[in-house]
Design a protein around this ligand. Structure first.
Ligand code: GLY
Length: 404
């Protein structure tokens, strides 16, 4: 990557709000390019949605009608994932368990088969690399699936990564590149004056809050992104938390029940290298409620058992709740805003892990070079504006000659 100094542009000071995978990924790219970068997180780095996720990289399997523009972004992200994973593993010195065993969607009843046939037709219309499976063909790929599996879709190009290892690797790579993470440091406000960012105000344990000067502030606070003071009303990203309950079981790593990621009715199953079987997830509009419920876990376990009866003997490892950062149209909010130096990287909904590389690359490219990658152009905040203010989009701080 080009360094910030190599093109004679002054080096901007960066403050990133949120040390999830997107904040850390952007920070890594910018720190590696020579920028001073501080990332602030109200808790431990990467312990919110990035930790709760399942790590599916499944643009094809998860495609929804009407989301063709988002599909393009997701496919692009998927394309760069293998190189991103290799680069990150080299920079961090640790594996992140990118796995390319593929993904299957299975049906148990005739109704399910109708539903996945609809998905398959959509996938084919969009020219995606997917294949129809009979029940027998599905069980040839995954022998422990229930005999009730009547049909399936095989998506060989939809993969997975261990999102918790991804968090650790990104933090290591970011810090090795010279960046600083401020854990347990909530940002109370973004300081904006005359349509230009001046920094952030960080909460401290003591009496006084601390003003941290920055030329560029990246808002990457996930489901908490709209609650930060100082943002003009029209620049508050319309992002809300969508609760998901999940659990994991422990398989024998040498003889796992599954190798593919499998979507069964009501549930998805993600087998990890160490034998963990991730099971997700409920989708609940309950704000930041973080209760695990008997009903939520019962639904997940029953739906899993119907597709994969062998789970009855497995021990339960962990149960947890996450909050997806969901925008009004379920697509991410990326790139510049009408305030000079204020940059968005939020609202990734179900796709935060998948979109990490393209978010890191495109947002850092905008900050360093002032270029908005055409891939993220449809995803800027201004798509939500009811009445567009007639203001020219400013160049990023570095381009305007702000010196660190
Ligand atoms: N991406 C999986 C989920 O949102 O549950």
């Amino acid at each position: 990557m080009q360094t910030a100094q190599s093109n004679n542009r002054p080096t901007p000071r960066i403050a990133i709000i949120g040390a999830g995978v997107c904040g850390l990924g952007i920070g890594w790219r910018l720190a590696a390019a020579g920028c001073p970068v501080d990332i602030f997180d109200q808790g431990e780095p990467g312990q919110a949605a990035s930790w709760a996720a399942a790590g599916m990289l499944a643009a094809r399997a998860e495609v929804e009608p009407g989301e063709e523009t988002l599909l393009e972004l997701n496919l692009k992200a998927q394309e760069i994932w293998p190189a991103f994973a290799a680069e990150l593993e080299a920079a961090s010195g640790m594996p992140i368990d990118y796995r390319d065993d593929g993904t299957m969607i299975v049906a148990l009843t005739r109704d399910d088969a109708e539903a996945i046939r609809f998905t398959f037709d959509l996938q084919k219309r969009l020219d995606l690399d997917v294949h129809w499976l009979s029940g027998i063909e599905a069980r040839q790929r995954e022998q422990f699936l229930s005999p009730n599996v009547t049909a399936g879709i095989h998506s060989p190009s939809d993969h997975q990564v261990d999102n918790r290892k991804l968090v650790t690797a990104l933090q290591r790579a970011f810090e090795a590149a010279g960046g600083t993470v401020h854990a347990h440091t909530a940002i109370r406000a973004i300081d904006i004056a005359q349509e230009k960012v001046r920094g952030v105000v960080a909460a401290t344990d003591g009496d006084a809050d601390i003003h941290h000067a920055a030329d560029v502030v990246v808002l990457a606070a996930g489901a908490w992104s709209r609650d930060i003071d100082g943002l003009p009303t029209d620049l508050r990203p319309p992002v809300r938390p969508v609760k998901g309950q999940m659990l994991s079981l422990r398989m024998d790593a040498e003889a796992p029940l599954l190798r593919h990621v499998v979507w069964a009715p009501g549930v998805y199953l993600v087998p990890r290298n160490d034998g963990t079987l991730i099971i997700g997830a409920t989708v609940e509009e309950k704000g930041f409620d973080s209760d695990l419920t008997a009903g939520g876990i019962l639904d997940l376990l029953r739906d899993t058992w119907e597709a994969l009866p062998g789970i009855t003997e497995l021990s339960v490892d962990e149960m947890w709740v996450g909050h997806r950062p969901t925008s009004r149209d379920d697509a991410p909010i990326l790139g510049p805003t009408t305030v000079d130096g204020l940059v968005m990287a939020t609202g990734h909904h179900r796709n935060g892990i998948l979109l990490t590389p393209i978010t890191a690359n495109a947002v850092s490219q905008y900050i360093l070079e002032g270029i908005v990658d055409p891939a993220i152009e449809p995803f800027t905040l201004d798509r939500f504006a009811k009445s567009r203010r007639k203001r020219a989009r400013p160049a990023p701080a570095g381009k305007l000659g702000v010196v660190s």
